[in-house]
Design a binder for this molecule. Structure first.
Ligand SMILES: CCC(=O)SCCNC(=O)CCNC(=O)[C@H](O)C(C)(C)COP(=O)(O)OP(=O)(O)OC[C@H]1O[C@@H](n2cnc3c(N)ncnc32)[C@H](O)[C@@H]1OP(=O)(O)O
Ligand SMILES: O=CC(=O)O
Ligand SMILES: [Mg+2]
Length: 351
């Protein structure tokens, strides 16, 4: 176990001081693109205006013969495009792959001061984070990186899920986690070929009732693990995200999967196709009616104490805190988006 008093000290001489509080800018969607694909790169200026996070993917979905081009394309994006307030992330190749060392060396060397977060796939335990943590500190020191590059773990193996609490607490560099249903399904030998979402075979069935047809209701394959991830992240002050929804043609299914994650506590989800950005924006921006109600609760209980009635519903210290969660997120997003500010009924000065 690492001495907790060393948690705030750099892991290499000359590396920037670790952050003890994880920044939480708008993070509703992490938009994936392959920077070796010229058509995708051509869309960067437009997409950067719409997405909260832009991620240059180097891992799965990038063919082996384009790994280097994807890395170099991301360097070009980082060096040449003004992304405004949009965060720039990457997903590097897995730690057992032949590419990851060069991914880290090249990206930190070339765009270390532009990269906000490095997403590490297939994290299995705290040891994977410790490896990346020390290596990044050495690279930050060598390349004069001024602020620590944060680390985001994808939870996508059975062992990773088993160790998720230790992963979340492994380093002050841990920014968050994403839930990866595709690799996780394979790792667990689940019998689904889908990427996220439900499955028509995973149902509960009502009891026999004479000749009446028995009713089935589809259940959520992912609920248990996403809820565990949310708890581990909330307990350590880092941010949980839902990952990919692979049926690009099913907007409704995507919205339902994202909404389940939002309600459980996730702050955002991956967008694989430009049209999923708008779905994530809709879902991960709190509903204006809920925000208006939460504001009324906070106004009705200025000190956040005691018991009150509002519209027939009991309100107390705990419901006040629930409302604070909703209003704080709305305020954060309203600063970025005047349309949301108006929908939430905030004064323009707040926006
Ligand atoms: C499952 C586990 C995981 O690891 S998920 C993460 C890894 N996968 C990915 O990152 C996939 C990213 N997305 C994609 O590669 C594409 O969106 C896929 C799914 C292949 C669909 O592409 P395509 O058939 O071209 O779609 P389309 O014809 O509707 O595209 C319309 C125009 O938009 C572009 N586009 C597509 N996706 C992106 C994207 N992610 N970012 C930026 N631009 C994108 C297309 O190139 C196409 O452009 P144009 O109109 O022809 O100029
Ligand atoms: O990388 C994501 C996944 O679902 O696998
Ligand atoms: Mg994966």
């Amino acid at each position: 176990m690492r001495n907790p008093r060393d948690f705030g000290a750099p892991l290499a001489v000359g590396a920037p001081t670790p952050l003890l509080e994880i920044p939480f800018p708008p993070s509703r969607m992490i938009h994936f693109l392959d920077a070796s694909n010229e058509k995708m790169v051509a869309k960067v200026p437009d997409i950067a205006k719409k997405t909260d996070i832009l991620l240059g993917n180097l891992e799965d979905a990038v063919p082996v013969d384009r790994k280097e081009a994807a890395r170099e394309g991301l360097v070009t994006v980082g060096q040449t495009y003004d992304l405004g307030e949009t965060q720039l992330w990457t997903r590097v190749n897995s730690l057992d792959s032949p590419w990851v060392l060069d991914d880290l060396l090249r990206l930190v060397g070339a765009i270390g001061n532009r990269l906000d977060v490095i997403m590490v796939p297939k994290v299995e335990g705290a040891w994977d984070i410790h490896y990346v943590d020390r290596l990044l500190a050495q690279l930050e020191a060598r390349f004069n990186v001024e602020r620590p590059i944060l680390v985001h773990a994808i939870l996508e193996t059975a062992l990773g899920v088993a160790n998720l609490e230790e992963i979340a607490a492994a380093s002050p560099r841990m920014q968050g986690m994403s839930f990866g249903p595709a690799d996780l399904a394979a790792s667990r030998r689940m019998k689904t070929t889908r990427v996220g979402g439900g499955h028509p075979g995973y149902v509960s069935l009502s009891d026999p009732d004479g000749d009446n047809p028995r009713v089935t209701a589809q259940q959520d394959l992912w609920h248990y693990s996403i809820a565990r991830m949310v708890d581990a992240c909330a307990a350590t002050g880092i941010l949980p995200f839902y990952g990919p929804f692979g049926d690009i043609s099913d907007d409704e299914g995507c919205e339902a999967q994202f909404r389940a994650a939002f309600l459980l506590g996730c702050v955002g989800a991956w967008s694989l196709h430009p049209k999923q950005i708008a779905i994530a924006k809709k879902v991960f921006s709190p509903d204006p009616d809920e925000v208006r109600f939460a504001k009324r609760v906070i106004e009705a209980i200025p000190d956040g104490r005691g018991v009150h009635m509002l519209d027939g519903k009991m309100q107390d210290d705990a419901t006040w805190k629930q409302c604070k969660v909703m209003v704080s997120l709305a305020e954060l997003l309203a600063k970025k988006d005047p349309e949301l500010a108006e929908a939430y009924g905030f004064e323009p000065a707040t926006a």
